[in-house]
Design a protein around this ligand. Structure first.
Ligand code: SAH
Length: 366
């Protein structure tokens, strides 16, 4: 509810206006229900609990990784036809802050061959509030459940806001640039109400060119990440059907324009992956030395960072596999020799199915 509506609602329950403000403060802290709103009279908490809920979804399950740095939330959503779905969100406690990986759609229509998110197809777009709720669920978890030794670790790295979400990556299930209006609404609220800086937000896309252009025109200094995964159209077309609509040259042109307009460095995501049948001229993978050379040529002299992601296991994609560590480093070395800034992405929470490409619609609760 926008503030004015919330005020009317609270007044309608026979309460003074200022109570609305108190309720709203709790909402933006991520309160899972009204019982925790201790500065409200008990009768009001009860009335609110009967009439409303604090988030547009409920927390069905929380899974904690063995290293205790990653938490996955299974959130139960309800659509306009009262149909329920489970969507997934991941909170990562890192040395640079607390990052939430947000899903932008229930399911995904993109059909990328290597990804779990697309297995059930697209159910629907998530609303701005459903995206915000994912951040709020993580925020509440951090403030109420963060183990003391973890808190100490984050503080030691100099982040005074160790109990706050500091970064948002829209890298969960779905294609955010197919849902741009809600995406902008969500990021705008996260900036205005949660105080998360634009520069600490990253939107990842498989390469929807009109959506990239829309972000560029929006002109907020959010980071853009492109899921590239192959350095030529033939290979990319086999892995990612969207490439037939928007080929590499068009995607990169749009992405470079975003980077120039916003002054933000472009992130290129590149999975390293083995596939079964040797594809014409590709030798069954996307990480041969010639691929590294082709990738370097595409990105030459641009402000980019290549994030290399060894493929994470997806049960239904048993025909795929990740290359050896050696192969990953060999690929990275060629990029480096060509002057391309590159990092290998640390996999987070593979034991709870929360690593890149493992998030899905309607998972079986454990
Ligand atoms: N649809 C958007 C947002 C998803 S981001 C996009 O495509 O960018 C999730 C990232 O993880 C993408 O780069 C995606 O290509 C990558 N990914 C998908 N499956 C993966 C897997 N099994 N292992 C590693 N990364 C994967």
């Amino acid at each position: 509810m926008p503030p004015s509506e919330l005020e009317q609602f609270v007044v309608g329950l026979g309460q003074p206006r200022f109570r609305a403000k108190q309720v709203q403060e709790w909402l933006y802290r991520g309160a899972p229900d009204f019982s925790v709103m201790k500065n409200l009279p008990e009768s009001l908490r009860r009335d609110l609990g009967r009439a409303a809920q604090t988030l547009p979804c409920t927390i069905e399950q929380k899974l904690e990784s063995l290293d205790r740095q990653t938490t996955k939330f299974l959130l139960r959503t309800t659509d306009t036809n009262q149909q329920h779905d489970i969507i997934e969100t991941v909170l990562m406690r890192t040395s640079y802050g607390n990052s939430v990986c947000v899903s932008s759609q229930a399911g995904c229509a993109m059909g990328c061959k290597f990804c779990a998110s697309t297995l059930l197809g697209l159910k629907r777009n998530l609303t701005a509030n459903e995206m915000l709720a994912q951040v709020l669920a993580a925020q509440w978890e951090l403030r109420t459940r963060l183990a003391p030794h973890d808190a100490h670790k984050v503080r030691a790295n100099g982040d005074p806001n160790n109990n706050d979400v500091s970064h948002i990556v829209v890298m969960g299930t779905g294609e955010p640039l197919q849902n741009t209006e809600n995406l902008r609404g969500f990021l705008g609220t996260a900036n205005a109400k949660l105080g998360i800086s634009w520069r600490r937000m990253t939107v990842s896309t498989c390469g929807i060119v009109p959506g990239i252009n829309e972000l560029t025109e929006w002109a907020r200094p959010v980071n853009l990440a492109i899921s590239l995964h192959a350095p030529n159209d033939e290979l990319r077309g086999e892995l990612m059907p969207i490439n037939k609509r928007y080929p590499i040259a068009d995607v990169l042109d749009a992405a470079f324009a975003h980077s120039e307009r916003t002054g933000r460095q472009l992130m290129i995501e590149y999975i390293l992956l083995d596939f079964p049948t040797p594809n014409r001229g590709t030798g069954g993978g996307n990480y041969a030395p010639e691929h590294a050379e082709q990738l370097s040529a595409l990105l030459k002299d641009k402000s980019v960072m290549v994030n290399l992601i060894p493929w994470n296991a997806v049960a239904e994609r048993g025909d795929l596999s990740a290359p050896s560590n050696n192969a990953v480093h060999r690929f990275q070395d060629i990029l480096k020799e060509n002057g391309i800034h590159t990092r290998i992405r640390r996999e987070r929470g593979a034991d709870i199915g929360s690593a890149c490409g493992q998030l899905r619609l309607n998972p079986q609760p454990l």
